[in-house]
Design a binder for this molecule. Structure first.
Ligand code: OAD
Length: 259
């Protein structure tokens, strides 16, 4: 039984559900030839959106569809089990998909630090449409979206609406940072697991290292080395879906040494 557990995830955790990563093998940003469709400056910045909102919406709609059709994998389900086993638990995910929620992590134990792809919001007046993300509404939502105009207009102010995700050059949501900081400030974690992320952002490394300060284990689960690897107390160079069920089972038995 674990006391305090922080889990940080990235695109690698959803890779085995068929969702492409960004910088992993075959990732959107990794194989990019200049001028290709997957230029992060064109698809994931406010400037790219201002220049060509159709192009941005086309990519996000295709990703929404792909995510709706995907299913949580054993990594999502193992993290959900851990969220219930641990006395105190927080999941910080960079993933904008809903696979952690559909895998069973309670919403109050999770922070989507880079936003939620199913949210559509107005950058002008701040109106936010949370989308109809529940699985029972999925077909309805998809049909409706396919019929919609390519760029949604804000029903309040008429401005162009955008996906509710964090783009390059934008600030993280202060309320979400506060949830993570409060969790870290309220006591050391005995277990920090960082899975499927390149840890390309300093705050990911900072949170993982600070949360595990002292006696805490810092386990990195990733197929490749990352900037976080040198801080980890254990490196698991295996896929998230094959290793996480075993790791969560071992933690439930209090058998950290067998990891
Ligand atoms: P990345 O695509 O940068 O990293 C995915 C990581 O997962 C890589 O380090 C892979 O080695 C690893 N990986 C791939 N498949 C795996 C598997 N089956 N099991 C375990 N590890 C696996 O994704 P993130 O680190 O999440 O932001 O990227 C962070 C942010 O950068 C994203 O949220 C996105 C992106 O640009 C924005 O769009 C703003």
């Amino acid at each position: 039984m674990m006391d305090r557990v922080l889990v940080i995830t990235g695109a690698g955790v959803s890779a085995e559900s068929g969702i492409p990563t960004f910088r992993g093998k075959g990732g959107y940003w990794r194989n990019r030839q200049s001028g290709s469709d997957f230029d992060p400056m064109k698809l994931a910045t406010p400037e790219g959106f201002a220049e060509n909102p159709e192009r941005v919406w086309e990519w996000y709609r295709a990703r929404r569809k792909q995510i709706r059709e995907a299913q949580p994998n054993p990594a999502h389900r193992a993290i959900a089990r851990l969220s219930i086993q641990a006395r105190e638990f927080l999941l910080v995910t960079q993933n904008v998909d809903d696979l952690h929620a559909r895998g069973g992590v309670p919403v109050e134990k999770m922070v989507q630090i880079h936003g939620n792809i199913f949210v559509t919001r107005c950058p002008g007046c701040g109106l936010s449409d949370p989308g109809r993300g529940s699985s029972s509404d999925r077909n309805f939502e998809q049909e409706q979206e396919e019929e919609e105009e390519m760029i949604p207009r804000c029903p309040e102010c008429g401005g162009l609406m955008r996906p509710g995700v964090v783009w390059f050059g934008e600030q993280l949501d202060r309320r979400k940072i506060d949830i993570v900081e409060d969790f870290i400030a309220s006591g050391p974690c005995d277990m920090v697991i960082v899975a499927g992320t390149t840890a390309a952002f300093g705050y990911i490394i900072d949170w993982a290292v600070r949360a595990s300060t002292g006696e805490g284990e810092l386990i990195e689960i990733n197929l490749e080395e990352t900037p976080l690897s040198r801080f980890a107390t254990r490196l698991v160079r295996e896929s998230a879906a094959s290793s996480l069920p075993r790791i969560v089972e071992a933690l439930a038995c209090g058998d950290v040494s067998s990891l």
